[in-house]
Design a protein around this ligand. Sequence first.
Ligand code: SF4
Ligand code: SF4
Length: 188
Amino acid sequence: MTGREKREGPSEMSAVKGILKGLGTTWRLLWERKHTVPYPDRRRVRSPRFRGRHELRRYANGMEMCVGCELCQVACPANAITVYAAENDPARPHSPGERYAFRYEIDLLRCIYCGLCEEACPTDALHLTQQFELAAFSRDALVYGRDLLVSPEASPFAIPDGVYPPFHGVTRRGEGEPAGVEGERERA
Ligand code: SF4
Ligand code: SF4
């Protein structure tokens, strides 16, 4: 046996030992409880405090809880929210307040999910849900408007008594066209 072969002996042995040790670890861990989940077939239960995609809720009677006060827009540290309010048509109001959010947008790419907008909302309209699957193929698709944000379902909340004064406004535009909408369209 040459000197070189003598030197290679122990290193080959240690390589085999390493492989056996690795296989042993694999075999042992095969039977242990797994810490991963087969997403998306199974989803982990998240904390109740988890903050995901936004939703604008409705009262139990179907009216929108958002009154277009813009406080969420002011509170947002990432400038992710855009709210343009319009006067409600008293014949067919969107919300129990004098105004509603004619245009409401949240840029989910700017949002840092801090929840300050939810805290600032005086009517509890804005709610951060548990939904986190927000992938899209374009930036524009992640700017959510009223069509995606206003919940189609009514919530269990009833309109609070004595909060909203009776509205005595008049409809200044055509049927179904809330006052102020035209100006907001020009600004948009
Ligand atoms: S969660 Fe925070 S960053 Fe996102 S829209 Fe609300 S206030 Fe802005
Ligand atoms: S979501 Fe709340 S804070 Fe934002 S405009 Fe509507 S009522 Fe105001």
